[in-house]
Design a binder for this molecule. Structure first.
Ligand code: UGA
Length: 443
């Protein structure tokens, strides 16, 4: 099939690469000329495992190309994916101006019947707005077009895998014919498809992301109870997760959720609900708990160290999660800003995200590795759970430090092993380690 994907962010670029890999002819479009020039040279704008190889291979095979000319790409395509950004406006609502801009181009280039697929995360009701925008900007005798919603559920860091193996494919269309092109396109993946109306598809995306954010905030709230009561949240989560109705994923307590999706989508859902006349109090609490997590972490550090002023702190991990260099809404930003504001000195290390962090915090010290970061420090704070931090030599880490405090913001260590290495351990919701875990009934 001949496709174009407009917007070469995470969603657009990965979608384009995967559809090309499945044998379609794909034109990826972006208005950013430098980005397109780099992509033509095989240079990726983002770090995503497997993406560069897939892009190079499909460009080499002649199935994937890049352009800044939206209208030419639309003219050549039967199916046009909109995958541009929808950043938050100050009131929490997503800014749809880039979507409108794309609609204007699509309208001018409608040379034959087309299916317009919205992959950008947009509030319920946007499908109708997209249809109206295209009709408004198209010439009166324009050929037919259908607007379909096809939300994306890929995660950064495993975007290629997720796109090839989605749990479900959601297709929101006004009628079955409109959905057919997408059913055909996705058929090779052999994954469950759910066909809905456009509004429901749009809402499935927000409802899913907000539910996952809620699950994380829920376990983070339970972690607070664990710290207050002497329980271990990792065991509580394990015990909950075996219940199939709950499931064991997204129950890792820690510093909370960041990134380009959950924060934006939770705010948007709250704002959309409000505009429809519903006060989504539950989600407001989910958001508040998330904002509190890094502050709670800092308060424990402050208490243990007797203040942060003059302390030297190693921050391990800067990206909002492992396997990405994305710093958007990363917990490291809040934590480092607060440490600096309180007069601490910060030594940071991240396997990938340091070049981006340097632009935000030029005043901190960027290190070669975790041991280098820990050198002369009063505390080590694990902020992002990169795999390479899981098997650190804790004795070596301890020897590099001036005071033995380890703050495990992602609960990746066995507290006993940390203690055996001579370090004081502070996880999130793991105060149970102060008391023996197994007690006999006679005690
Ligand atoms: C999220 C969703 O998982 C994807 O399904 C969705 O497509 C995407 O948003 C999107 O809307 O585009 P992503 O933001 O890449 O994907 O990252 P996640 O792996 O979901 O992690 C989000 C945040 O939650 C991270 O900061 C992570 O550290 C945190 N998290 C995740 C936890 O604190 N605990 C957990 O148990 C899981």
């Amino acid at each position: 099939m001949q496709l174009s994907v407009i917007g070469t962010g995470y969603v657009g670029l990965v979608t384009g690469a995967v559809f090309a890999d499945l044998g379609n002819e794909v034109i990826c479009v972006d208005k950013d000329e430098a980005k397109i020039a780099a992509l033509r040279e095989g240079i990726m704008p983002i770090y995503e495992p497997g993406l560069e190889e897939m892009v190079r291979h499909n460009v080499g095979e002649g199935r994937l190309s890049f352009t800044t000319d939206t209208e030419e790409a639309v003219r050549q395509s039967e199916v046009v994916f909109i995958a541009v950004g929808t950043p938050s406006l100050p009131d929490g609502q997503p800014d749809l101006s880039q979507v409108e801009d794309v609609c204007r181009h699509i309208a001018r280039a409608l040379n034959a019947p087309k299916v317009i697929v919205n992959k950008s995360t947009v509030p319920v009701g946007t499908g109708d707005i997209v249809r109206r925008w295209i009709e408004q900007y198209a010439p009166p005798d324009h050929p037919d077009f259908e607007v379909v919603s096809n939300p994306e559920f890929l995660r950064e860091g495993s975007a290629i895998y997720d796109t090839l193996h989605p749990d479900r494919i959601v297709i929101g269309a006004a009628n079955h014919n409109a959905a057919m092109k997408l059913i055909e396109l996705y058929a090779p993946l052999e994954r469950p498809m759910i066909i809905t109306d456009v509004n429901s598809a749009e809402l499935i995306k927000y409802a899913s992301n907000c539910f996952l954010a809620m699950k994380i905030s829920y376990i983070n709230a339970i972690a607070r109870i664990c710290d207050l009561s002497g329980a271990d949240v990792t065991l509580v989560a394990k015990g909950m997760g075996y219940d199939k109705r709950i499931g064991d994923q997204f129950l890792q307590a820690g510093l909370g959720w960041g990134g380009s999706c959950f924060p934006k989508d939770v705010s948007a859902m709250i704002a959309t609900a409000e505009s429809l006349g519903y006060d989504f109090e539950l989600l407001k609490a989910v958001q508040r708990i998330n904002e509190e997590q890094p502050l709670y972490f800092l308060s424990r550090m402050r208490d243990a160290l007797g203040g942060l002023s003059g302390k030297r702190i190693a921050v391990l991990g800067l990206s909002f999660k492992p396997n990405t260099d994305d710093l958007r809404e990363a917990k490291s930003l809040r934590i480092i800003a607060e440490l600096l504001a309180e007069g601490a000195e910060v030594r940071a290390y991240d396997p990938i995200a340091m070049p981006k962090a340097r632009a935000i915090f030029p005043q901190i010290t960027y290190c070669e590795n975790a041991y280098d970061a820990a050198t002369g420090c009063d505390a080590v704070a694990v902020v992002t759970e990169w795999n390479e931090f899981r098997q650190l030599n804790l004795e070596r880490l301890r020897q590099a430090m001036r005071q033995p405090f380890l703050f495990d913001g992602r609960n990746i260590y066995d507290p006993n092993k940390v203690k055996q290495a001579g370090l004081h351990y502070f996880g999130i919701g793991r105060s149970a380690n102060a008391v023996p875990f197994v007690r006999s009934s006679s005690q």
